[in-house]
Design a protein around this ligand. Structure first.
Ligand code: FES
Length: 137
């Protein structure tokens, strides 16, 4: 949907957005030109999503929309209406790190750490648990 189109719950400047972020539902009025990274960081307080290049080059701002990586620095926040968003804050569940996070820690998979959330979110769709085999007879 074009976020600049007027319609129910939206005008040329704002959009009524209903979304699920990290398994929690949110309904917000969002400025139509607001970027997803700004919405996540400033409106929802999810500061794990970092912004660096702001032109889809570095990947620091990567989050998942319906399970697919997007660059939140250039993705319109209004376009998450009706969609599910996952950020690095949603990887751990009940304080238990996601296996990808544990692997990053175990293998020191970071330099300064600034873009680590983006790496984690880009890798998340590729991650599958290793199937366990029954013991040999
Ligand atoms: S901040 Fe670099 S790709 Fe978004």
């Amino acid at each position: 949907m074009n976020p600049t189109e007027a319609g129910p719950g939206r005008d040329a400047r704002t959009s009524a957005v209903r979304t699920v972020v990290n398994r929690s539902e949110f309904t917000r009025s969002i400025e139509s030109r607001r970027m997803l990274a700004d919405f996540l960081r400033d409106d929802l307080g999810l500061r794990g999503t970092k912004v660096s290049c702001e032109m889809q080059v570095c990947g620091a701002c990567s989050v998942l929309v319906d399970g697919q990586p997007v660059s939140a620095c250039t993705f319109l926040a209004a376009d998450i209406d009706g969609h599910q968003v996952d950020t690095v804050e949603g990887l751990a569940i009940d304080g238990k790190l996601h296996p990808l996070q544990s692997a990053f820690v175990e293998h020191f998979a970071l330099q300064c750490g600034f873009c680590t959330p983006g790496f984690l979110m880009m890798a998340r769709p590729c991650w599958r648990p290793i199937p366990t085999r029954p013991p040999p007879r």
